[in-house]
Design a protein around this ligand. Structure first.
Ligand SMILES: Nc1nc2c(c(=O)[nH]1)N[C@H]1C(S)=C(S)[C@@H](COP(=O)(O)OP(=O)(O)OC[C@H]3O[C@@H](n4cnc5c(=O)[nH]c(N)nc54)[C@H](O)[C@@H]3O)O[C@H]1N2
Ligand SMILES: Nc1nc2c(c(=O)[nH]1)N[C@H]1C(S)=C(S)[C@@H](COP(=O)(O)OP(=O)(O)OC[C@H]3O[C@@H](n4cnc5c(=O)[nH]c(N)nc54)[C@H](O)[C@@H]3O)O[C@H]1N2
Ligand code: SF4
Ligand SMILES: [Mo]
Length: 697
């Protein structure tokens, strides 16, 4: 429904309202954008769109600044002895094709790596996938080891699938390591009232009990009935102690446990010693609070649990989420209304080229992870083992800033023979490239998003709103032109962006034209609940697995355990005196990851990268609010301003994540984080925890 409010002869002013979705984060809110003479004139939330029902965040409101930013990349650039020089698309693509073909000839297809970004639009999943598969490489990497997958692997092991929180009918909501007011996260479903950032306060108003488990006093924590201020990375101990209380006090759902689970006796034995007192020593959460939260969650029926990304930047990530998943099952809150539900999903067409039968780096060590873990690729580049990657395509990603230990990542990327970056800005990663290509941004190309919800799965079109700058091109055009130069274009059953979206939509019986008419279309029924009664669970045994034979056979613990975080004074006592503080990182509601700090209206709201420090720690160090400080960890050091704050407890400091691009002039927290220790199941590095000291600069 593109309402043409006025249109006239060729020369007359044109004005229309385009219904589309925002591409900046994975919430993908519905938008109505007024376009005047080919320019974005006004942005509003679409009140009819189920993802946001009219609401937009500050970032969405700033898309005009994004599209028209003077810092946009506007021409292809190639690196020469004199630095980057502007070149033509033909030159840039010819050069890239030649280099990639030489590398394949000389070293084989596995030498090529595709580095993708965190999930927000189809670009992050799609760009260059088809090309890299057709080339013959399976080395696709993404932030998967830090995002979505550690939690999903845990839920897969226990429940056989990801079960999203359905907040709508819950009497108790546990928000475990997530911050929906800032991240606007859809969750894996339950967006009947919009999103968790809205659904949770509404549930609370209805009288639901809100339990927040977070080391930081976030907006969500401030709203909670019970806030468990857990020590970062120790949540497995907390979860095991909650299981201890629930099993010991017989608060579990005995019928569900008896009929639909395996390994309950093993679990009972396993958590016998995991008393709240034991967990208090590890987590710093008072034993009484742990017991109270366990009782509240177990007694409220139904209760739903929102699992956030805060569990994922830790060296025991999967087991922390496994303990949480077991709480869902043991209380009988699995696949019931208002619990954690297996939501229906939209089945889009897969890419036509199947993944090649090539060796994927890290596949032997991390078989449950779908991609090559970035840290394993860094190892391979720096050591040549198991073999030497030579080239990298980077699309919609900024690995230099996003992953742990910036210094090591720079070393690795600099060692490659060829690096291509497709971005809209000249990022920290782009500075290391041989070729930088200017992309059309989300609002300048057609795209697609599928969503889940309590009303069923639906799809929505991201309509093109404005023309890209003359030399900025959408990824599907870039990819196809490059493929043609490499003799791979027979692998592309689509010619244009619209063809591509139509190809993806085919299994749903929908087309771009349909979605232009309707904007969003439900493609499944609302979820059925207790589907296990008919089909069982998707685990090897068909039941919920407290004891996982599969995990055991893969050499992991069959039951989740608490492991001391790698970056701790217990694991590394020799570092205690030099680095007495624990650092963690904070995601900002104002920005997405490393993006958008060059948009003036956002930057005005949050101009600096800050380290938040408790008044006690600040006082001992003579640090006052606003002072410039040096934060030093065993792997690096940065200068940042201090914010003296009660958001954190004594001994723990919180530093903003996402800074460090050339234009923002501030420090990347991942200069301080280490990639040395990794979760054995998911390869997660300790991005959310590092040892440090803060001194006045
Ligand atoms: N310490 C710490 N580290 C973390 C995290 C943390 O919380 N703490 N979070 C982790 C998580 S969950 C994730 S998902 C990752 C994120 O890691 P990334 O996804 O690598 O980070 P982004 O900053 O989102 O990078 C996206 C890039 O795409 C570019 N871009 C924007 N729009 C377009 C477009 O339309 N086309 C193209 N081609 N490019 C575009 C942006 O300019 C940006 O450079 O970081 C992880 N790292
Ligand atoms: N504004 C904005 N929105 C975003 C993004 C963004 O960068 N900016 N990124 C998008 C992406 S890719 C993702 S993955 C999601 C993430 O969205 P969420 O899952 O909401 O993740 P965070 O906002 O990082 O919140 C994680 C919370 O976990 C806490 N935490 C850290 N360590 C621990 C721990 O060990 N235990 C516990 N219990 N809590 C811990 C942190 O203090 C923080 O409050 O957001 C998406 N939305
Ligand atoms: S950036 Fe804001 S407006 Fe855009 S999808 Fe995310 S929450 Fe919605
Ligand atoms: Mo993420």
């Amino acid at each position: 429904m593109a309402a043409h409010t006025s249109s006239g002869s060729k020369d007359a002013a044109t004005e229309e309202v385009v219904q589309t979705i925002c591409g900046l984060c994975s919430t993908n809110c519905g938008m109505r954008i007024r376009v005047k003479n080919g320019q974005i004139a006004k942005v509003a939330g679409d009140p009819t769109h189920p993802a946001n029902r009219g609401r937009l965040c500050v970032k969405g409101a700033a898309i005009g600044e994004l599209v028209n930013s003077p810092q946009r990349l506007r021409y292809p650039l190639v690196k020469t002895d004199k630095g980057f020089e502007q070149t033509s698309w033909d030159n840039a693509l010819d050069f890239t094709a030649r280099r990639l073909l030489e590398i394949r000839e000389r070293y084989g297809p596995e030498a090529l790596v595709l580095s993708r970004g965190g999930p927000s639009t189809e670009e992050c999943f799609g760009a260059f996938s088809q090309l890299v598969a057709a080339y013959g490489s399976a080395n696709v990497t993404a932030p998967s080891h830090l995002c979505h997958w550690p939690n999903l692997i845990a839920f897969n092991l226990v429940h056989g699938d990801g079960a999203g929180a359905e907040v709508r009918d819950a009497k108790c909501v546990v928000v475990w390591a997530g911050n929906p007011p800032d991240t606007n996260r859809l969750g894996e479903g339950g967006l009947v009232y919009g999103r968790h950032d809205r659904a949770i306060p509404e549930a609370k108003k209805r009288g639901a009990n809100l339990i927040v488990i977070d080391p930081v006093r976030t907006g969500m924590a401030a709203m909670a009935d019970q806030w468990l201020q857990v020590e970062p990375g120790t949540d497995a101990a907390l979860g095991l102690a909650m299981l201890h209380v629930i099993i010991n006090e017989e608060l579990f759902d005995a019928e569900f446990v008896a009929r639909w689970t395996v390994g309950f006796n093993e679990l009972r034995d396993h958590v016998r010693g995991a008393t709240p007192k034991w967990a208090e020593r590890i987590t710093k959460v008072p034993a009484e609070s742990i017991a109270r939260a366990a009782r509240t969650y177990a007694r409220a029926k139904p209760a739903s649990m929102v699992i956030g990304n805060g569990l994922e930047g830790h060296t025991n990530a999967v087991d922390m989420a496994r303990a949480a998943a077991m709480l869902v099952a043991v209380t009988g809150n699995l696949d019931v209304p208002g619990g954690n539900v297996f939501f229906p999903t939209a089945e889009l067409a897969r890419y036509p080229t199947v993944r090649p039968n090539a060796r994927r780096i890290g596949a032997d060590t991390y078989p449950l992870l779908p991609n090559a873990p970035f840290p394993s690729l860094v190892d391979a580049i720096l050591t040549g083992k198991p073999y030497q990657p030579r080239a990298m395509l980077v699309a919609h990603a900024n690995p230099v800033l996003a992953f742990a230990d910036e210094k090591r990542i720079r070393q690795a990327i600099s060692k490659l023979d060829f690096v291509l970056v497709l971005d809209i800005f000249r990022t920290a990663t782009a500075e290391l490239a041989d070729v930088i290509l200017p992309a059309a941004c989300d609002f300048e190309r057609v795209g697609l998003r599928e969503y889940t919800s309590s009303e069923g799965a639906f799809v929505s079109l991201r309509r093109k709103v404005v023309e890209p700058p003359p030399e900025c091109r959408p990824w599907y055009d870039v990819e196809r032109d490059l493929a043609a130069r490499m003799g791979l274009d027979s692998q592309y059953p689509w010619r244009t962006g619209e063809d591509f979206v139509n190809y993806r939509l085919r299994p749903l019986g929908l087309t771009v034209e349909d979605l232009e008419q309707k904007h969003f279309v439900y493609v499944t029924k609302p979820p059925e609940y207790r589907k296990y009664l008919k089909e069982g669970f998707r685990t090897p045994s068909g039941k919920v697995e407290f004891y996982s034979q599969q995990a055991n056979d893969l050499g992991y613990g069959p039951l989740p355990v608490h492991c001391e975080p790698a970056e701790s004074h217990v694991s590394k006592p020799h570092l205690t005196s030099r680095f007495p503080l624990i650092g963690t990182s904070r995601r900002s509601g104002m920005y997405i990851h490393t993006r958008y700090r060059n948009l003036p209206s956002l930057r005005k709201r949050e101009p600096d990268c800050l380290v938040r420090i408790h008044p006690d720690d600040a006082g001992q160090r003579g640090i006052k609010d606003g002072d410039l400080t040096v934060v030093e960890s065993p792997v690096g050091s940065v200068s940042v301003k201090a914010k003296v704050s009660l958001e954190t407890r004594p001994g723990t400091v919180v530093m903003d994540y996402g800074w460090g691009n050339p234009w923002d002039g501030q420090a990347n927290v991942n200069i301080l984080t280490s990639d040395e220790a990794r979760d054995t199941i998911s390869s997660t590095t300790s991005n959310r925890r590092f040892l440090c000291e803060v001194t006045k600069a």
